[in-house]
Ligand binder design. Structure first.
Ligand SMILES: [Mg+2]
Length: 286
């Protein structure tokens, strides 16, 4: 059977956003007809993103501006599940948010008590992509962790690609500074951890073996979906040979290291395609 032979059995498709659904402010070719096809077939889809700055409504407006209309409840950014994650796992807490206003709002709406960054102590210090991170914050966080605050991060990504391919510092880069000074390792919420995949499956009422994750990051999208028991499709954006090519494994390993993570175990996708257009063609083949 062809590698993609499982696709017709899938009930739910999960898509990463950046590098899959869009590049910069441009919607990827194949996305609109692919989503139309899934809707016609009565299949579920959810967008799963490690974006820790924007909520679903903000991302929905962004997609709308690119020409794609998606209901907010189909968009699952880590920004919107962080508060629920903390409540599900630890109950209501005092939380210091090092990140965007949207992240802080989500955490407050989940019933946690917000603590200002420069106030002493909190049950949890949660770190997202804080574009106003600075030395004094680092000092204050280090003191909190030293006094017993739990260190939790929205996502482990060290950077994401900017509009011109430049590296934009992500949560993981800030976290590296905090981990260096405290000697602690953060607990992460977003991909590749299972929580976000579990939330998406719950939303669709689907079991792991009937869900497929489509993503461009081997370390978060592909490794995470494999660990959660899902099938996966890797969008290479032209950086690896096609599905039938030999030597794909080496390319995967080198991409793994290039993604800014220490590779640990295989992050092998079930299907490898160049782009969404190619995935659309595979889905149409049935
Ligand atoms: Mg991506």
């Amino acid at each position: 059977m062809a590698q993609h032979g499982f696709l017709p059995r899938m009930q739910a498709y999960f898509f990463d956003l950046d590098g899959c659904i869009y590049h910069g402010d441009r919607l990827s070719a194949g996305v609109v007809p692919l989503l139309d096809r899934l809707r016609q077939q009565g299949l579920s889809y959810v967008f799963l993103t490690n974006n820790s700055r924007l909520g679903a409504a903000e991302i929905g407006s962004r997609l709308e501006a690119m020409g794609l209309t998606v209901p907010d409840d189909r968009i699952l950014p880590v920004t919107d599940i962080a508060g629920k994650y903390l409540r599900d796992k630890y109950g209501k807490l005092s939380v210091k948010t090092i990140g965007s206003d949207s992240l802080a709002r989500n955490i407050a709406e989940a019933g946690h008590t917000p603590i200002a960054w420069d106030a002493p102590g909190a049950d949890v210090v949660i770190v997202g992509r804080d574009t106003e991170f600075h030395y004094n914050k680092l000092q204050r966080i280090a003191a909190d962790i030293g006094h017993g605050s739990r260190l939790i991060a929205t996502n482990p990504d060290r950077y994401h690609p900017g509009q011109f391919g430049e590296r934009v510092p992500e949560t993981g880069s800030l976290l590296a500074a905090i981990e260096a000074v405290t000697g602690k390792t953060a607990e992460c919420i977003g991909k590749p951890e299972p929580y976000m995949f579990e939330q998406a499956m719950q939303l669709c009422g689907a079991a792991p073996d009937s869900c497929v994750m489509v993503g461009d990051n081997l370390e978060t999208d592909i490794r995470g979906s494999r660990q959660a028991g899902l099938r996966s499709v890797w969008i290479t954006n032209g950086s690896a040979p096609g599905p039938a090519a030999e030597g794909g494994a080496e390319v995967l390993e080198s991409r793994s290291s290039a993604a800014g993570f220490a590779p640990s175990g295989p992050a092998r996708p079930d299907v490898v395609v160049n782009d969404m257009e190619e995935l659309y063609q595979l889905v149409m083949q049935g």
